[in-house]
Design a protein around this ligand. Sequence first.
Ligand SMILES: Nc1ncnc2c1ncn2[C@@H]1O[C@H](COP(=O)(O)OP(=O)(O)OP(=O)(O)O)[C@@H](O)[C@H]1O
Length: 302
Amino acid sequence: MIPLKIDHVTKRYGGNVAVNEIDIEVRPGEIFGLLGANGAGKTTTMRMALGLILPDEGSIYWKGKGYSDEVRRWIGYLPEERGLYPKVKVSEQVLYLAELRGMKRSKAEQSLRNWLERFEVPEYYNKKVEELSKGNQQKIQFISAVIHDPDILILDEAFSGLDPVNVELLKTNVTELRREGKTILFSSHRMDHVEELCENIIMLHRSNTVLKGNLRAIKRSFPRERVLLETERGVQGLESIPGVRSVKTGEARTEIMLDKPDAAQEVLHTAMSQTEVYRFQIMEPTLNEIFIKTVGGQGPHE
Ligand SMILES: Nc1ncnc2c1ncn2[C@@H]1O[C@H](COP(=O)(O)OP(=O)(O)OP(=O)(O)O)[C@@H](O)[C@H]1O
């Protein structure tokens, strides 16, 4: 049974289509990437996956079922806009949210203490939210999303506002949840995070699906237009090779962008005819490059 299935879903606001005929299936033990530029339809999709708004066409199934109170308890949500009350104690509000989702108080207390340990902040149990830094509030928000041990997790910009150490800590916990078999829908503008965590993705652009599938296969399907070159001495004349778009020479290496992937061999010949080549690598496109190419220069923002 697929834990989260978005089946041919369309959502309109007035006359505007916010999401057009999209299909998403997220399996157990999977982090599925939901990508798109501003206004592409990601939030609308997540709100439907949470059961907060209804599709106009198509259906959403959680473990094969339509939305109900039971389904609500299976879902954990980390919203992009953080919504903790500053004056209320961490334990009070997280335990309240856990009880709302059907958890017994004693079990919720134990779970909260475990999660605070996992995030290396056990002392926050009795602190007010306003006493915590923004990044640490983010950890508490994440804990609120997972405290009731949901099978389906919807994470919107999970790592925003965190320093690099805490990004790693949260990533470790997200991958641990994947290992436990959770089903995770992951929306982010950070393509490097998506590349690291997601096996499958969907890319939306102006409400439509423009790319979908296995990330490795998607990367293989795009032409390899970037060459890295490390040589003993500088190489002359790379710019004038037909099919070379640009040459950027840095301290230790040269990066060559190609219009025609075939030009790579001529780049290598030219370099070898002039000096010793330490490294020659034809690079796969990064997801960031694919994103920019696919959504027509409307790049992702941080
Ligand atoms: N409540 C609403 N009423 C009217 N239009 C809406 C509403 N919510 C979203 N839209 C429209 O639907 C489209 C998709 O918006 P959505 O918020 O889903 O995009 P997004 O991909 O989450 O963008 P962002 O990255 O900026 O958060 C946009 O054109 C937006 O203006």
